[in-house]
Ligand binder design. Structure first.
Ligand code: ADP
Ligand code: ZN
Length: 203
């Protein structure tokens, strides 16, 4: 039996869904409530996601909250320690490498409440980066849907468009000179030329 007095463990909440499903909106809402409860909170995002401002996370509804851009996952532990926070928020968690997983586990072991938001699937319909593991080890999962831009039903997918046409499965991620856009689409309106092979893409 372990008689050591141990720290009370924290928890993991994951908010996932396609683009425009309100993941950032929901993350910001939960973080605001933490602040109202006068708990200390710190928020991170991947360095590469600077589309909507460098030091903030923003929702497509115009809401935003301050966040620290991170290019080295272990810095999350350093910052959380330095600021002595109870709650940690991370947006766009799908863009972090798998090294984010032990970092999140260490935070939970030291008693932190960890709030994560990220895309569950990429535009090909393949589970995104560390998301499958994070969903498996989460205490609570919220799976959101957007509104399909084509028919108005609930949208499960993120449709990638290149020059206004549905992107192909094997299209390179960044195409020089191409106009790229993303839309929320339901399973019926989503269009891709190939089905994902989940076994091939599993880590
Ligand atoms: P996510 O983080 O999942 O991309 P955001 O929180 O940034 O989502 O944006 C959600 C907001 O986007 C909605 O509240 C709404 O105002 C707006 N929005 C724009 N297009 C759509 C759409 N197709 N479906 C749902 N919301 C949309
Ligand atoms: Zn549709």
């Amino acid at each position: 039996m372990d008689h050591q007095k141990s720290v009370k463990k924290g928890s993991i909440e994951v908010i996932c869904g396609p683009m425009f499903s309100g993941k950032s909106e929901e993350l910001i809402r939960r973080l605001r409530r933490v602040k109202i409860a006068k708990q200390e909170v710190i928020v991170f995002k991947p360095m590469l996601d600077t589309r909507r401002g460098i030091n903030r996370i923003s929702s497509h509804n115009g809401d935003h909250i301050e966040a620290i851009p991170i290019d080295e996952t272990s810095l999350i532990l350093t910052y959380a320690e330095e600021h002595n926070v109870q709650v940690i928020g991370i947006d766009e968690v799908q863009f972090f490498p798998h090294a984010i997983i032990p970092v999140i586990c260490a935070l939970v072991d030291s008693g932190k409440r960890v709030l994560l938001a990220g895309l569950d699937l990429d535009f090909r319909g393949i589970p995104f980066g560390p998301i499958p593991v994070l969903l498996a080890i989460a205490d609570h999962i919220t799976k959101l849907q957007a509104i399909c831009t084509q028919c108005g039903k609930d949208a499960h997918h993120t449709q990638r468009l290149v020059n206004q046409e549905p992107a192909r499965f094997d299209d390179p991620i960044i195409q020089v000179g191409a106009q790229e856009a993303y839309q929320a689409r339901c399973r019926n309106c989503y269009s891709i030329d190939k089905k994902p092979n989940f076994y091939e893409h599993a880590d």
